[in-house]
Design a protein around this ligand. Structure first.
Ligand code: COA
Length: 689
């Protein structure tokens, strides 16, 4: 795990623990032993820490968190490194994150390669650095910049690291050689310089800057325990001796590891990575080459998808049936880029380069050269069938034929071609150039190489693909439909839109379902319901009155003079009350917790059906979809993880109650949920099978 070679009286210790050199117990022990040997060896004057692979060190081993600690602990290893009588220099060629950067901060100098990225992302896992990071980083780069870096969790690149003093040198050539040379220079100078001994950046002005930033952070994240802990730990660096402050940091870190919010974030980290393992799709499945794309439809979705290709460097032809529609679509794409240039997030040169990759065309015939065709036309089976049957004639052999349908039957679409093996769904979320999630829909006859290629392609586009099976609405929208129905039921039973929305934002969503409908436009759901025979008595009634949401100035709420936040509308509330009365429902009030349970548990129940039918491979896949496509609050880990936290026995009992209350048998616990509940298990146990 740790290789040692001697170069010019420098011991080069190379960490090797694929895939990311995470600092698990075995690696820590090997590093400790390697260091001890090097320090004891009289022929060795200095030490260099380097690493194999793409990443320097991806952090502490997150999978060890919450388990009984196995010595040597990382803070102890780092303390020994820090105290070494011979200089130790880190040679950082790739990402040094979390414990990886803390390790490098325990060294006496850092040399980085051009691809290095240095960061302390613990906050993103609901934690704080726990191996000296909150003490050494402020002493090195200044408390306020250090605090900002730990609060945001984003890594900095090599240049920035050099500019801030985080790195001592940037070496584009022989990194380890440069680190050895620096180590020998330090050895010649005498006692290795230790960050812990530095106090020059911890002055009153720096404290003031830090306190101002800390106050702002606490205001923005009230009740977020890791932000408060981070503030306390950095502050301790001013008020307490180094060793005491490190102890405080560790104690706060250890407490946070047990916090359910951090557990949920860690669960989500692994769940997201697990989605890459698609059952029945071995890693060595052959891939097809994708060098060009065609997108059918230049509407909002088609345009957004085309931008994704252009952004990723893949030439794309955007196809419409008429020149006018094409021109409008292309203008919208240009406007999207122009807005980014105006905001400063894209250069004019990059915009020009990306636009040059987009070609407009009228008529399907122009899809003939594309390696992948993504259909984003009107959401109607007849339209899709016509397009796919024509593609059979037009598309080149081996091209992947993808539909962006959000609920139609991909198997039926595949039937309209003579090459169903090439057909699959790529369900992007709106706005497609922004949202990370893509549901990759595997139809009954989708060829494995087409599926593997589509997954790889989605990653090339910077997306997070999750493979799902064919059913109405796939995973996300199928569950969402349950929540929408529950929202309507709540309105009829006695809740008002603002009460439901407040309960949902209180739960952690950025927006409630009714405010969201108003923003998106009520006609979207209305159109789908009309096409599919669905019903939503309140929303339908609003649509019939031309209350389509923000764009018409009124929906579930009122938006006088273009207001972005809706105000309660007595007319809507009267309409709801009248509808309850017409149905003979005695209205009652609901607490926020009752509202949340009534909205979310039917979704969880649908998730159980989705698992049982094999539409999603794992509960974690469902959670990843909800976290990345529907803004489920990250620290709640997704609906299935959340339900496990409640306990499935309770969930089942609640669902029985909702079914009895409403007379709707579809609310009764799904067989899988009932079985797990009866066995005292959770969805995570099912995951393990
Ligand atoms: N502990 C344990 N496992 C880790 C890990 C860590 N700190 N970091 C990554 N891994 C695992 C992943 O689970 C994945 O495992 P799998 O292949 O079995 O699914 C594998 O390493 C590769 O990770 P992945 O994220 O897919 O690779 P990448 O090359 O895209 O990114 C990193 C590499 C290091 C940038 C990224 O993994 C990362 O951000 N890791 C977490 C860093 C972090 O938060 N550290 C602080 C810990 S307190």
């Amino acid at each position: 795990m740790v290789r040692q070679e001697i170069r010019d009286s420098v011991a080069v210790l190379t960490l090797s623990n694929p895939p990311v050199n995470a600092l698990g117990a075995d690696l820590r022990a090997a590093l400790d032993a390697g260091l001890e040997r090097a320090l004891a060896d009289e022929a060795v004057r200095a030490v260099v820490l380097a690493a194999d692979g793409k990443v320097f060190v991806g952090g502490a081993d997150i999978s060890e968190f919450g388990k009984p600690p196995r010595p040597p602990l990382l803070p102890d290893v780092i303390a020994r490194l820090d105290a070494a009588g011979k200089p130790v220099v880190a040679a950082i060629h790739g990402a040094a994150l979390g414990g990886g950067l803390e390790l490098a901060l325990g060294c006496h100098a850092r040399v980085v390669g051009p691809a290095a990225r240095l960061g302390l992302p613990e906050v993103k896992l609901g934690l704080i650095p726990g191996a000296g990071g909150t003490q050494r980083l402020p002493r090195l780069v200044g408390p306020e910049p250090a605090f900002a870096m730990m609060l945001g969790g984003e890594p900095v690149g090599a240049q920035e690291a050099l500019a801030s003093g985080l790195a001592d040198a940037l070496e584009p050539g022989d990194l380890v050689g440069a680190a050895c040379a620096l180590a020998l220079r330090l050895a010649a100078e005498g006692r290795p310089p230790r960050i812990r001994d530095r106090a020059d950046r911890m002055d009153p002005a720096a404290r003031e800057a830090f306190e101002a930033r800390a106050a702002e952070a606490l205001k923005r994240a009230p009740g977020q325990p890791n932000v408060a802990a981070l503030v306390d730990a950095v502050r301790a660096g001013f008020d307490q001796p180094f060793d005491e402050a490190v102890k405080l940091e560790r104690a706060r870190f250890v407490a946070l590891v047990d916090d359910p919010r951090s557990k949920a974030l860690r669960y989500a980290f692994f769940a997201e990575r697990e989605t890459a393992r698609v059952p029945g799709l071995p890693k060595d499945t052959p891939r097809r080459d994708i060098a060009s794309a065609a997108v059918i439809g230049a509407g909002t979705m088609g345009g957004g998808i085309a931008l994704c290709f252009a952004n990723a460097g893949i030439p794309v032809t955007v196809i419409e049936t008429e020149q006018d529609a094409l021109d409008r679509g292309l203008a919208r794409m240009r406007a999207t880029y122009a807005a980014s240039v105006k905001r400063g997030s894209l250069s004019q040169a990059a915009m020009d380069e990306r636009l040059a990759r987009i070609t407009g065309a009228v008529g399907l015939a122009r899809a003939d050269r594309a390696d992948i065709v993504v259909e984003a036309a009107f959401e109607e089976m007849g339209v899709k069938e016509a397009i796919f049957s024509e593609l059979t004639r037009i598309a080149k052999p081996g091209a992947i034929l993808a539909t962006n349908t959000s609920y139609l039957d991909v198997d039926r679409i595949a039937d309209s071609t003579d090459r169903p093996g090439d057909v699959l769904g790529l369900h992007f979320f709106s706005p497609a150039n922004v949202m990370r999630l893509v549901e990759v829909v595997r139809a009954a006859r989708t060829a494995p190489d087409a599926l593997a290629t589509a997954n790889d392609l989605a990653r090339r586009l910077g997306k997070l693909p999750v493979t799902v099976g064919v059913c109405f609405g796939f995973v996300g929208n199928r569950m969402l439909a349950r929540r929408s129905a529950a929202g309507e039921r709540l309105l009829l039973a006695g809740a008002l839109p603002h009460e439901v929305d407040a309960a949902v934002t209180g739960f952690g969503f950025r927006m409630g379902p009714f405010a969201m409908s108003d923003l998106a436009g009520l006609d979207i759901g209305w159109r789908t319901r009309k096409a599919t025979g669905g019903k939503a008595p309140i929303a339908d009634a609003l649509c019939e009155q031309d209350r389509l949401g923000q764009k018409t100035g009124r929906g579930f709420y009122l938006y006088p003079e273009g207001a972005r936040t809706g105000a309660r509308d007595p007319e809507v509330e009267a309409l709801i009350a009248a509808e309850s009365e017409r149905r003979g429902i005695a209205r009652r009030s609901f607490t926020a917790d009752e509202i949340v349970a009534r909205l979310m548990l039917p979704m969880v129940n649908e998730g159980a059906r989705i698992l049982e039918e094999g539409i999603a491979a794992r509960p974690g896949d469902i959670d990843t979809i909800w976290l990345n496509g529907y803004n489920w609050p990250a620290w709640r880990g997704g609906p299935m993880h959340w339900a496990d936290g409640i306990g499935l026995a309770q969930v089942a009992a609640d669902l029985e109650l909702f079914a009895a209350e409403s007379g709707d048998d579809s609310l009764r616990p799904a067989p899988l949920l009932a079985r797990l509940a009866a066995e005292g298990k959770g969805f995570s146990d099912w995951n393990a099978r």
